[in-house]
Design a binder for this molecule. Sequence first.
Ligand SMILES: [Fe+2]
Ligand SMILES: [Fe+2]
Length: 185
Amino acid sequence: MTEISENERWLLSYYRSSEINGALFFGRVARTIRGPLQVEVTHHFADEAAHAKLWTRCLDDLGLLPVKLSDSYQDRYLAAIGAPANLMEVMAITQVFERRVITQYRRHLRHSGTHPAVRQTIERIMEDERWHISYVKEALEGMAGRYGAEEIERTLARFTAADEEVYKGTLAEYGDRMEFLEWQS
Ligand SMILES: [Fe+2]
Ligand SMILES: [Fe+2]
């Protein structure tokens, strides 16, 4: 049986807390949103909550307790960009952080030594993450008429820059913990 290292336990705890943050973010959006995206956003909220449940169960099945984390990359990212001004900004914020999440999960899957329970959890979650990326992309494309394609591009570029900055800071602080993800990247 593959042993889970302390760094990997940290990483699984970090995934769990990221999914909780995602659920809390989309829960707030789902509570206030009106109109055509209400169904998708509420579904998205439920998915992120389910992902938090899957990580919590995975850790528990492995006989591990989540590490207590102070603040996550998402907290910092959301703090860096400030409250979204409209639904377009919500979708742009989402596209950038969903990409970050999916990249991390893909990198994790590349490790041949990944425990089967961890692998299964990531693969299950990725099914939903792929849908998140695609509905958000469509939603943003559909908003071009209202907000202007250029404005959407500018917003995405601004949030991507914030994401990279914050992720760099997270790496600087937790580099040892995250080595697992950066390896072979
Ligand atoms: Fe998720
Ligand atoms: Fe997601």
